[in-house]
Design a protein around this ligand. Structure first.
Ligand code: SF4
Length: 354
């Protein structure tokens, strides 16, 4: 057996090990073993970095190594570090674009270029320019779930993990009492509420506050406060319990955030569970594959799986399309250089806040 064959076999074994005990996921692995082997061969032969977002289906997610799985920012940072010439981003298009912004010399592939996002898709650089004209002197903070042209018109980028810190920083640096936040209207309301709770005299303006625009994640907007209270009742998960927790994403409506034990990004949720070894039951108010993926990492925790909220855009990334993208090196993501440089500046300014 050659060194490459040994490496592929060891990756295959570790995928199987990860999915063993996860019922249908293991069966899914056995049914697709040949296809996964072919993908791993191409990854090895072409020296590809495969990045897997937390919302990928478990089988797709498992193709990425442990350090190559996570949220969009962690994965883009990983993309920036790699020496591999090709990056395959298993996530949606704005994520692959962010990887390209940070690693312009790499070939960045995505299995399906139509993998969009309800937050990113409706907005363009013109919207940012219109808001700047309407609220002169206010810095613009743009959530990472946006395309490169929108990032390029912004002062700062942010993620769900650092949005509040970036908004505070942007206000401090500019001396403004008002910050423009794009494009997530629900996250903006959550940020405004948090700032008020912390006693900050800072106004957040966002799509939908003073106009009829609205930026929302079509998955997270579906959660309701009643839904969370039902879960607590049905699964004996009272608020504040030491052995159970309801974790909510910042993209959910404010009344859902109010019902949470903890609110954060997907990476924050994983860290929260790691830091609390006494947890035996967890409910995640976020895209449903996240619970399936964390179940492999925290076998001691029961993840309440009543969820039916899947992201149609993430689901476009399938094994078939990954195989084709790797074979023919198709669906390359590119960003015009002038836009890339400006978008990079907004990302770098965010990284300077962390
Ligand atoms: S889960 Fe929501 S924010 Fe994430 S890609 Fe899907 S639509 Fe966009």
């Amino acid at each position: 057996m050659s060194h490459k064959d040994i490496s592929i076999k060891s990756k295959l074994d570790s995928i199987e090990e990860r999915l063993r005990g996860q019922g249908d996921q293991h069966l899914d692995f056995l049914a697709h073993k040949e296809q996964i082997t072919r993908i791993l061969e191409l990854v090895e032969r072409k020296n590809v970095l495969v990045l897997g977002h937390n919302y990928m289906a478990p089988l797709v997610y498992s193709i990425s190594g442990e350090k190559e799985r996570g949220d969009s920012l962690a994965l883009s940072r990983r993309a920036a570090e790699t020496r591999k010439p090709i990056i395959l981003f298993d996530g949606v298009r704005f994520m692959a674009e962010t990887a390209k912004i940070l690693s312009p010399e790499k070939k960045v592939l995505i299995a399906d270029v139509e993998a969009g996002c309800s937050l990113a898709d409706p907005f363009t650089a013109d919207d940012i320019r219109a808001y700047r004209a309407r609220y002169p002197g206010s810095p613009v903070v743009t959530y990472i779930n946006s395309y490169a042209d929108v990032k390029a018109e912004s002062d700062y980028c942010c993620t769900s993990a650092n949005a509040i810190a970036v908004v505070k920083h942007a206000a401090r640096e500019s001396g403004a009492r008002r910050v423009i936040f794009f494009p997530d209207s629900l996250m903006a309301r959550n940020i405004q509420n948090e700032l008020r709770r912390d006693g900050y005299d800072l106004e957040v303006v966002y799509p939908g506050r003073d106009d009829d625009l609205f930026g929302r994640c079509e998955v997270h907007e579906k959660f309701t406060a009643e839904h969370i209270r039902d879960i607590r009742r049905q699964f004996d998960m009272p608020k504040g319990a030491s052995n159970a927790a309801v974790l909510v994403h910042w993209e959910c409506p404010p009344e859902v955030v109010a019902e949470a034990d903890y609110c954060g990004s997907t990476s924050d949720m994983a860290r929260y569970i790691t830091r609390r070894p006494g947890l035996v039951r967890v409910y995640l108010a976020t895209e449903c594959e996240m619970a399936a993926n964390l179940a492999s990492e925290f076998p001691q925790v029961e993840f309440v799986r009543t969820c039916g909220f899947f992201c149609q855009h993430m689901r476009r990334i399938t094994l078939d399309k990954i195989l084709r993208s790797l074979e023919d090196e198709v669906h390359e993501v590119d960003v015009p250089e002038a836009i890339r440089v400006k978008a990079r500046r907004a990302i770098d300014r965010m990284l300077g806040v962390d």
